[in-house]
Design a protein around this ligand. Structure first.
Ligand code: NAD
Length: 367
């Protein structure tokens, strides 16, 4: 499979819907609508070569339908890469529900959505994402068995973010080993951008290891909670790109690595949880190489949460999820070694491994 070209939002707006879908090589995109509950949703199935497409449901107040479609397309492609690099037998998909998650949620909306998911007969399996919770998954589960991220009492694995944080921590240690020759984070200055579900758990790992922790968030209550429980230094969200750190951990939004920020960043490692950190893979992946900053590819190191929900499809075992998530350390080192050997950016080394696996299994399936 050829590497998918990066598609940016402004470029996408000038293309037809089919151009957008084919630009990243998606298999299927489903638009769902229900007048009574107000449901407006897009389910994007990127690739099912390795198995059913698994990916969360994002509930977000998009500015317009194009923005929602673009997000669904980019995120679902990311899930294909995340599942493939992690060695899972799963494809990539993602759904977006258009609306305000603080005002527009209802039982009927999620159950109607569950019926649409069920209609796909297992080609797409959902889970929680930004704006949705395990309580919402319970409603969806009334209508379909193609849902993960369920609470423990329903046989699920509960909140996936502790495992996402563990994987990010593993990837960060691997990056430290590569850059400093030791994977110890003791005394390293680590900037955690966004102390929500994942960031908070990451802070705990870093504290246990004796790192000097800097945090930033746009919500005062998040900062206050974390500062009360941990020994952290608070930084203004805008100021972070101009300060000296060893490691920058983006755990808030995507696309924080762009022309403006890379120019200003003064760190030696980037390792965080946010999806799609590079605003433009090719351009900004190369810029980081030129600046001598080692980038631990996001979809490699933030896969702990996916491992957790994927385990629900078998029989859920927390110990196994932990062991599988810890493998991210070795996998990240292998990607760094391949990048060095072939003199390519780390994101590209990771993409190549994914595309080889997809090509090989597609060939196997066609025989
Ligand atoms: P979250 O919403 O719980 O936390 C994100 C935090 O970032 C919030 O506290 C928010 O206030 C803060 N934030 C938003 N914009 C900011 C800004 N400009 N500067 C500083 N802080 C800002 O989300 P989460 O579940 O912790 O996920 C964090 C990131 O990791 C997201 O991008 C998510 O897509 C990605 N991710 C999460 C998981 C998971 O298991 N939760 C898995 C894979 C990837």
């Amino acid at each position: 499979m050829a590497a998918a070209p990066p598609v940016t939002a402004p470029e996408i707006l000038t293309h037809s819907i089919f151009d957008q879908i084919s630009a990243m090589d998606h298999e299927q995109v489903v638009f769902c609508h229900d007048k009574t509950s107000g449901l407006r949703c897009i389910i994007a199935i990127h690739n099912t070569i390795l198995g059913p497409a698994l990916g969360g449901t994002r509930f977000w107040n998009y500015l317009n339908d194009d923005e929602a479609l673009n997000d669904a397309l980019r995120l679902s492609r990311g899930m294909t890469y995340k599942a493939a690099i992690t060695g899972l037998y799963l494809g990539g998909g993602k759904a977006v529900i258009i609306g305000n998650s603080r005002k527009d949620k209802s039982e009927s909306l999620f159950r109607r959505y569950g019926k649409f998911v069920n209609g796909l007969n297992g080609r797409y399996i959902t889970a929680e994402d930004v704006g949705t919770s395990k309580e919402d998954m319970e409603w969806i589960a009334r209508e379909t068995s193609y849902v993960t991220g369920l609470p423990e009492y329903m046989g699920g694995g509960g909140d996936p973010s502790p495992f996402t944080a563990l994987g990010v921590y593993m990837g960060m240690k691997a990056a430290a080993k590569e850059v400093y020759g030791s994977d110890s984070l003791s005394g390293r200055k680590v900037m955690v951008q966004g102390v929500g579900h994942v960031g908070a758990h990451l802070v705990k790992h870093l504290e246990d290891e004796g790192a000097t922790i800097f945090i930033t968030d746009i919500y005062e209550d998040r900062i206050a909670d974390i500062s009360r429980e941990h020994n952290v230094i608070v930084v203004n969200p805008e100021a972070l790109y101009d300060q000296d750190f060893d490691i920058y951990a983006p755990c808030a939004l995507g696309a924080t690595l762009n022309e403006d920020t890379i120019d200003r960043l003064r760190c030696s490692i980037i390792a965080g949880a946010a999806n799609n950190q590079l605003a433009d893979e090719k351009l900004h992946g190369q810029m980081l190489v030129e600046k001598g900053i080692l980038y631990a590819p996001d979809f490699v190191i933030n896969a702990g949460g996916l491992i957790n929900v994927a385990m629900e499809l078998q029989s859920y075992n927390r110990g196994r999820v932990t062991a599988e998530t810890e493998k991210i350390y070795q996998r990240t080192l292998e990607i760094f070694a391949r990048a060095k050997r072939n003199n390519i950016p780390t994101y590209k080394a990771a993409n190549e491994i994914v595309e080889e696996r997809l090509r090989n299994i597609a060939m196997l399936n066609s025989r």
